[in-house]
Ligand binder design. Structure first.
Ligand SMILES: Cc1ncc(C[n+]2csc(CCOP(=O)(O)OP(=O)(O)O)c2C)c(N)n1
Length: 374
């Protein structure tokens, strides 16, 4: 395995001093090392992977240097647009190094949302004309690959990718942990909201632990899962799925259970929800100020005013709560019609024995569709 310090120092020796990206569980240790050793102008956790590519492009325009963009392979789709129409040699020809965590690598068991993306990860790079190597797990070999990658970037001016398999990096514990003082856990908040909603209401929950905690809540309560759409992939799009359902089923309440990272990733979606203003839509944001599901790296969730944003996007009512009492009050006074948002400030972290959905995405879809017909 590669020591994150060894890896980053080697990149530094090759002139890489700027990072931008969206965190990934496979890159958790190396991202933590970067967080501890680069200031906030040289390591920027972007809203989405496309934004990270554009940031590295801006950095190059300003300095002539090469930035590194880190991401999970799920983010390749977000990154393709600026890779094809900004940094590509046929457009502005801007060099950058990509570090891509390879979830769903063929032959390695992974969750359903990673299977297709895992199969096309290197194919997408091929079709984009981006040279890449799968990073070796031995330091000597990895060091040679870094030299080769940086030499290729310098000579060609093109992007180059290092694709990272599971268990490539040794562990590294983040020193610079950004604490928050909130006391309610996300799971507690999820249970409180799920318990308060009408029995025919639909919940569209976001990627990561929010969906996993909702799934376990239903199981623990002896309830079925047919009212919930667990958006296991497509991070940032749960609010649009919920909108698609809400507009066609005005007789039912539709709840979007969002994360701060996911909401920020495609925040423009809130403008569209606001403009359609469905009176049966409740947007609930479990805001822990972190990408908790992939290692707890910070988001700007606690630095922005989501309630003010919701008002500006024409939500009819928005409130921020952080205690169980406030949440209870918010839920009871917000059962009336109208486009509503409840931001719940929660602490980071999750139960260590948290399971994963035992139903497949197709089973989830079919159950929800027949429930909607009832
Ligand atoms: C496009 C994309 N980029 C990155 C990921 C990896 N990923 C999965 S969950 C997650 C963090 C979600 O954070 P948030 O929405 O704040 O919810 P939390 O985990 O904190 O509850 C990330 C980055 C992904 N699934 N898709």
């Amino acid at each position: 395995m590669i020591n994150p310090q060894f890896f980053i120092e080697k990149l530094q020796a090759e002139g890489v001093e700027f990072y931008a990206g969206v965190p990934d569980s496979l890159l958790k240790n190396v991202c933590a090392y970067i967080t501890d050793h680069f200031d906030s102008n040289h390591n920027i956790i972007a809203a989405n992977e496309g934004g990270a590519v554009a940031l590295a492009a801006g950095y190059h325009l300003a300095t002539g240097k090469v930035g590194c963009v880190y991401m999970q392979n799920s983010g390749e789709g977000n990154a393709i647009n600026p890779l094809a129409s900004l940094t590509d040699p046929e457009v502005y020809h801007i060099p950058l190094l990509l570090l891509i965590g390879w979830r769903g690598r063929p032959g390695v068991h992974d969750e359903p949302q990673h299977v297709k993306q895992g199969k096309v990860t290197t194919g997408l790079l091929n079709v984009m004309g981006i040279n890449y190597e799968v990073l070796a797990k031995e330091e000597d070999q990895a060091a040679k690959q870094i030299e080769k990658a940086m030499c290729s970037i310098r000579e060609s001016g093109n992007a180059y990718a290092l694709v990272v398999e599971k268990d490539t990096f040794d562990s590294y514990t983040l020193q610079n942990v950004k604490r928050n003082d909130y006391t309610m856990s996300r799971e507690e908040a999820i249970k409180a909201v799920a318990a308060s909603i009408p029995p025919d209401a639909i919940i569209v929950s976001t990627t990561g632990m929010i969906s996993r905690e909702l799934f376990e809540y239903r199981t623990a309560m002896g309830q079925g899962h047919e009212r919930d759409f667990l958006t296991v992939g497509s991070m940032g799009h749960a609010s649009m799925i919920a909108l698609g359902i809400a507009l066609q089923h005005p007789e039912r309440k539709v709840y979007c259970f969002d994360g701060d990272g996911a909401c920020i990733m495609h925040m423009g979606n809130m403008a569209i929800v606001g403009s359609k203003c469905p009176s049966n839509y409740v947007h609930v944001i479990f805001n822990n100020g972190a990408h908790d599901s992939v290692g707890g790296q910070p988001t700007v969730g606690h630095e922005i005013d989501i309630v003010a944003i919701a008002h500006a996007m024409h939500y009819q009512d928005a409130v921020c709560v952080w205690t169980p009492e406030q949440l209870k009050e918010a839920l009871s006074s917000r059962s009336a019609d109208g486009l509503r948002l409840v931001e719940i400030r929660v602490k980071k972290g999750n139960r260590k024995d948290l399971g994963r959905p035992t139903t497949t995405p197709i089973q989830n879809k079919e159950a929800l569709m027949s429930f909607l017909k009832q």
